[in-house]
Design a binder for this molecule. Structure first.
Ligand code: GDP
Ligand code: MG
Length: 162
């Protein structure tokens, strides 16, 4: 079984966009992988000599909002099987109450969590850094999933964890 990265965060922060960027080759999509269920979407990542799986959460019932969607069973299961968690937040919207609740759960998870500030395109990271540091999840990694900016650094920063 390959190491697993779980993508979590409230709706609309860009989890599926990042998933699609990471798994943009057809071969990367994992329809049937031994030991995995069909309730969550999995893909394979190859980055240099690093191979792992990524799981998108929240794609099944996107009508669910914020904390409700975070506490849904599939998110909990994804967190259980994860070796590393990417917690996505939105640079454009700034910090939200849901982000703070999710951060509270993730701090208690006992697994490596990377705070990923997405949609940094056109935004000065310095103007949002202090807000996101307040989540007490360490230094954020800034990305634009839509263009892939920052994604190599994001993956490079976790290779020692997998
Ligand atoms: P999810 O609900 O967390 O899976 O979020 P989605 O991946 O569906 O993205 C929500 C919206 O954010 C979509 O309209 C995306 O096009 C947009 N989005 C995602 N990543 C970026 C980004 O890097 N920059 C900008 N400007 N928009 C983005
Ligand atoms: Mg999604």
């Amino acid at each position: 079984m390959l190491p697993v990265i779980a993508l979590v965060g409230r709706p609309n922060v860009g989890k599926s966009t990042l998933f699609n960027y990471l798994t943009r080759t057809r071969e990367a999509l994992v329809a049937d992988y031994p030991g995995l269920t069909r309730d969550r979407q999995y893909g394979r990542i190859k980055h240099g000599d690093m191979a792992c799986l990524v799981v998108d959460t929240g794609g099944i019932a996107d009508d669910a909002e914020g904390i409700d969607s975070f506490s849904r069973k599939q998110v909990q299961v994804a967190l259980e099987e994860a070796d590393v968690v990417f917690f996505l937040v939105d640079a454009r919207e700034g910090l939200s109450a849901s982000d703070e609740v999710i951060a509270g759960s993730l701090r208690k998870l006992g697994k490596p969590v990377v705070l990923v500030v997405n949609k940094i395109d056109g935004i000065d990271a310095n103007t949002v850094a202090a807000d996101f540091h307040a989540l007490a999840l360490g230094d954020p990694v800034y990305i634009a999933a839509a263009h892939g900016r920052g994604v190599p650094d994001l993956l490079g920063g976790i290779r020692h964890l997998l």
